[in-house]
Design a protein around this ligand. Structure first.
Ligand SMILES: [Zn+2]
Length: 475
């Protein structure tokens, strides 16, 4: 009986916060030259997130160009929380940029911040958006009897709801749960403005290390420059490659931030580079040109901003949702949207006489994405004739996957007998490790050994035909 109870400890159930609309499986990138409206577009997204979901947006700002009036008004109103991330280590001499961007991309936020300017003190502590906790579930009231931060802290104690004594042995089960930090509960969107500046800031970190001579690897093409009591260095290609590789990490990290109502948004400046076939392209700039043609594949949507000359010479801000070329040019700007065809137009632009940022607006874009999502769901339901929108697959019969031989390797193979006769004869010699009595240790203590005197023959055999799948033994 005790063995059965102990397995409850390792029977960990993971409860994870469900992301609200199921569209956050990739990030969105907005690419364009300075002055083509990228940061203003981020402001339109923050507006929409607040209007539709009553959630605030966190802006990790690295562009030295700052932000315009629309964003300022949203910051003042508390709809946008801004962090001028470079204020944590402005010239990279504290060795913090690479780590800071890695943490910021996971949703970490300063514990001390000036809400008006977004400045944080140098080397400020950062707080995680969520933490993993362990809960021991009460066997009587089935509520969380105890919640702790490490599994080792799950010790016996009275249930905080019904006072029943709960121990790791008698508990109903142990849950591993992700708990959002209370300060993150109001956050619905995160935006990084932008990728290029974050990479440049990380280069200051790498170059500062090169100046102190502790970077190793290939050296830059000049010696350390000493000026006014400071040392300046330039890293070689290894440093550039290192920062290029961080870019994909940042985007991937951001996908694990829980509770967002829109995908994580990044901006990037645009760069003319070449693709794998040495053909010229325009794409997002990180550091150098090597990754420019790859970056669009790191995100779900890659949108392009540009100022076009429309009818009667009118300057028109456009947000391209597909690859486009400027008039008279054959060089493509890499853009794409992962949405069902027939929902998103080639580009979004305000009509003449229309209020600015009516269609040149990321909230408008998100509405299109939601419409595409609804259309795809309707199509699936009708084509597959689903009831209540849920599949009802047919399960195949329960068959054993594989049966492991129980014979110890040293035992000589006995001549032909019926399998039924061989098995009972060899079982008693088998190592005790093959028996299910060795449940994982509880709270660091070794599991009690099964009584040595117990004859193995007394142990009930598992019923024939049961699949030889090992019990879940996760730690
Ligand atoms: Zn209880």
């Amino acid at each position: 009986m005790a063995e059965l109870r102990r397995t409850a400890v390792v029977d960990v159930e993971t409860r994870v916060t469900i992301r609200e609309p199921a569209i956050n499986n990739s990030a969105t990138l907005v690419v364009g030259d300075t002055g083509t409206g990228k940061t203003s577009l981020l402001a339109t997204l923050a507006e929409w997130v607040y209007m539709k979901y009553r959630k605030v947006t966190r802006l990790v700002a690295a562009d030295p160009g700052g932000w315009g009036d629309m964003m300022s008004a949203l910051i003042e109103a508390g709809v946008v929380e801004v962090w001028r991330v470079c204020s944590r280590d402005p010239d990279g001499r504290n060795g913090l940029p690479v780590g800071t961007v890695a943490l910021a991309s996971q949703g970490y936020w300063p514990t001390v911040i000036n809400q008006a300017t977004g400045d944080s003190p140098v080397a400020v502590d950062l707080k995680a958006p969520a933490a993993v906790w362990w809960e021991m579930i009460c066997p009587k009231c089935e509520q969380a009897a105890k919640r702790v931060q490490t599994k080792g802290q799950l010790t016996a104690g009275p249930c905080k709801h019904c006072k029943t004594m709960v121990t790791p042995v008698n508990c109903k089960r142990v849950d591993q749960i992700i708990v959002r930090d209370p300060s993150f509960g109001k956050v619905g969107a995160v935006m990084f403005d932008g990728l290029t500046s974050l990479a440049e800031w990380c280069m200051t970190d790498i170059n500062a290390r090169a100046a102190t001579g502790n970077l190793g690897g290939e050296k830059g093409n000049m010696n350390t420059v000493h000026s006014s009591g400071l040392s300046f260095g330039t890293s070689g290609r290894g440093g550039v490659g290192f920062v290029q590789n961080r870019g994909m990490d940042w985007i991937n990290n951001s996908l694990n931030i829980q509770g967002l109502v829109v995908p994580p948004y990044f901006t990037a400046r645009e760069l003319r580079a070449t693709d794998d076939d040495a053909m010229p392209i325009y794409g997002p700039k990180l550091i150098g040109k090597a990754k420019t043609s790859d970056i669009p594949s790191w995100v779900g949507n890659c949108l392009g901003t540009t100022i076009a000359i429309g009818a009667e010479g009118r300057r028109e801000f456009r947000l391209y949702l597909q690859e486009y070329r400027e008039p008279g040019s054959t060089i493509p700007h890499l853009c794409k949207v992962r949405s069902i065809p027939g929902v998103c137009p080639e580009y979004l632009a305000d009509d003449e006489g229309e209020e600015a940022f009516t269609k040149f607006n990321l909230g408008h874009f998100q509405e299109l994405v939601l419409a595409g999502r609804a259309k795809a769901t309707a199509r699936t339901n009708s084509r597959l004739e689903l009831k209540d929108g849920k599949a009802d697959p047919v399960a195949s019969e329960d068959v054993p996957l594989a049966v492991k031989s129980q014979k110890p390797p040293s035992e000589p193979i006995k001549p032909a007998t019926t399998p039924a006769a061989v098995r009972p004869a060899t079982r008693p010699v088998g190592p005790p490790a093959a028996q299910p009595a060795t449940a994982p240790a509880v709270a660091g203590r070794p599991a009690p050994r099964p009584p040595a005197a117990a004859p193995p023959a007394a142990r009930p055999r598992p019923p024939a035909g049961r699949p030889a799948v090992p019990p879940p033994a996760k730690k």
